[in-house]
Design a protein around this ligand. Structure first.
Ligand code: IMP
Ligand code: MG
Length: 180
């Protein structure tokens, strides 16, 4: 059985993602030239986007990972739980956060606040997808690949119950999947 059968509609193709990643990397190479940025992968959803970005950047950089959960299905809103922290000091460093999708923006709002308390030189956000209609938190998105409407999407890192992260494109799920 193929995962592709569960997809109702492809919203962003693999080719569109590849082209956009190259465009973003040209900008990032320019903006971070000489800054030896610390490029931060938010596990797990950002893995494919993060991997493509760092492979297409040509300037020297360092990578780190962090894992947070956003309580988005719970009652406490606006709180994040740090499941895995960065292993080293970020003081004086230029941090570039790589995110899969910004929905309410709460996760990134709290993550950015937490990182800023550690006195980095800068903290910027680069996201694959932005569901701008859903925004609650006051955050600025510095780099973005695509805006999307308020649909639940999977693929290229994004999951539904931990599945579909390895699809090479972004799409919507067929309703039969939710009914299972
Ligand atoms: P925020 O704190 O509301 O911005 O939540 C962002 C997180 O919610 C993302 O990192 C995803 O894990 C998850 N999320 C939001 N929308 C979607 C979606 O359409 N598909 C899969 N995960 C999503
Ligand atoms: Mg998720």
């Amino acid at each position: 059985m193929s995962m592709h059968d569960d997809i109702e509609r492809v919203l962003i193709t693999q080719e569109e993602i590849t082209a956009k990643v190259k465009e973003l990397c040209a900008t990032l190479d320019k903006d971070y030239d000489g800054k030896f940025p610390l490029v931060l992968c938010i596990l797990k959803g950002s893995i494919p986007f993060f991997a493509d970005l760092i492979k297409n950047m040509t300037i020297p950089l360092e990578i780190e990972t962090i894992a947070v959960s956003s309580y988005r299905n719970g009652t406490v809103s606006g709180e994040i739980k740090l499941k895995k922290d960065i292993d080293k000091s970020v003081e004086g460093r230029h941090i570039l956060i790589i995110e899969d999708i910004i929905d309410s923006g709460n996760t990134l709002y709290y993550l950015k606040k937490m990182l800023l308390a550690r006195k980095p030189a800068s903290v910027k956000i680069c996201t694959l997808l932005d569901k701008i209609e859903r925004r609650e938190a006051d955050i600025s998105v510095d780099y973005k690949a695509f805006d999307i409407p308020d649909y639940f999407v999977v693929g290229y890192g994004l999951d539904y119950a931990e599945k579909y992260r390895n699809l090479p494109y972004v799409g919507t799920l067929s309703p039969k999947v939710y009914l299972k």
